[in-house]
Design a protein around this ligand. Structure first.
Ligand code: CP3
Length: 345
């Protein structure tokens, strides 16, 4: 049996719509919180293959998603490049903000990546062992622009003004930085595929913060480079792009990067996407507002139904428009999953 997610990514029509959720492993799950309390830091968990495997499988055991996304983080790449990365409980990531490239150590990342690659291989074994043969293994990385946002800013945020200013004011520095991140990301993702990842998702959470020229330079160009490099070694690897917040520029993103699929954020009109993006053969994924899942009730189910009705007759993957919120009640996730599993074209 070919896995439903892989079939859909190949453009094959299937009876049921496969589903998974961005950030499906995480703090809304009591079993994750229990492990997190014992573990020490977030990175200690991500770099412990046994623990990363356990966390990856937690949501699968509860909800039977069609994809198991590797438990890791996009900030593994800056960490591997030698920038200090910490995850402060309740606050999010903190990095020593980068001002010069001299402190980075490109080319020496492999020992750090090795732990994640081991986790990917272990996830494969464990899924097999537990009989989850319908579950596709998804590897991922941040897109260079989004990773650079955190490297420059040093922490989470909404507007990443310092990163945008630096990109526009000092394009030479910025292009060199993007080059370093891009090369490292290629190494990181090739290793994930080699270790058993069957699909790759590229998270560009802050793509929508750039103007059109910036979007071409810092979103399209590096993503194109990554897609090409992965395809050169693995011609058939399905790649899902997630350029959040770019609206109608999604068309350019698809055409110019060559990704097989895109994950839609919640602001994208599903009817527009069905009319403009699906006919070209791009597989769509998305796009329930995570706040709908947080809120639950009929509003959640109606929103899910609209998405499925608008997009679900062509090859489509049901997902959220962004990561699941940590305060989401598990009961809401159960209800949504039941609804999606029961939906018929
Ligand atoms: O999807 C999954 O379940 C796989 C694991 C995964 C994590 N982060 C685990 C995580 C994935 C795919 C990510 C991606 C990620 N990380 C993105 C892109 C997607 C997005 O949400 O926009 C970004 C921007 C990051 C950076 C990051 N990591 C932030 C801003 C934070 C803090 C805020 C938050 O939501 O917690 C993290 C921490 C993080 N990454 C946690 C998890 C489970 C929480 C850590 C904890 O237990 O404290």
């Amino acid at each position: 049996m070919t896995k439903p997610l892989l079939k859909v990514l190949n453009g094959q029509p299937i009876e049921k719509v496969p589903f998974w959720f961005m950030r499906q492993a995480g703090r809304y799950l009591p079993e994750y919180r229990a492990l997190r309390e014992q573990a020490g830091g977030f990175l200690d968990m991500a770099f412990n293959p046994e623990m990363a495997t356990e966390i990856t499988l937690q949501p699968i055991r509860r909800f039977g998603m069609d994809a198991a996304i590797l438990f890791s983080d996009i900030l593994v790449v800056p960490h591997a490049l030698g920038q200090t990365v910490r995850f402060v409980e309740g606050e999010g990531p903190r990095l020593d903000p980068l001002s010069t490239l001299n402190t980075l150590r490109p080319g020496g990342e492999t020992p750090v990546f090795e732990k994640v690659w081991q986790a990917v291989a272990r996830i494969k074994d464990q899924l097999d062992k537990e009989g989850f043969d319908h579950v596709a293994r998804v590897g991922f990385a941040g897109a260079p622009w989004t990773v650079a946002c955190y490297m420059i800013q040093g922490r989470g945020g909404n507007d990443f003004l310092a990163a945008r200013q630096r990109a526009y004011a000092d394009p030479e520095f910025f292009r060199a930085l993007m080059e370093i991140i891009t090369e490292s990301t290629i190494t990181y993702l090739l290793g994930q595929i080699r270790s058993g990842a069957e699909v790759i998702q590229i998270f560009d959470s802050w793509a929508g913060l750039l103007d059109e020229t910036g979007f071409r330079d810092f979103v399209i160009y590096p993503t194109q480079k990554i897609v090409k490099a992965l395809r050169a070694e693995y011609p058939d690897i399905p790649i899902i792009g997630f350029p959040k917040g770019v609206n109608t520029l999604l068309s350019d993103y698809i055409q110019m990067t060559g990704v097989k699929a895109v994950s839609l954020d919640s602001a994208i009109s599903t009817k527009w996407a069905a009319r403009v993006l699906q006919p070209g053969g791009t597989v769509l994924q998305g796009n329930l507002d995570p706040a709908r899942l947080l809120a639950g009730g009929d509003g959640m189910l109606l929103a899910a139904e609209k998405i499925l009705t608008d997009l679900g007759t062509a090859p489509f993957i049901f997902n959220l428009g962004h990561g699941i919120h940590k305060d989401t009640p598990v009961a809401h996730v159960e209800e949504l999953v039941g609804f999606v599993k029961g939906w018929r074209k």
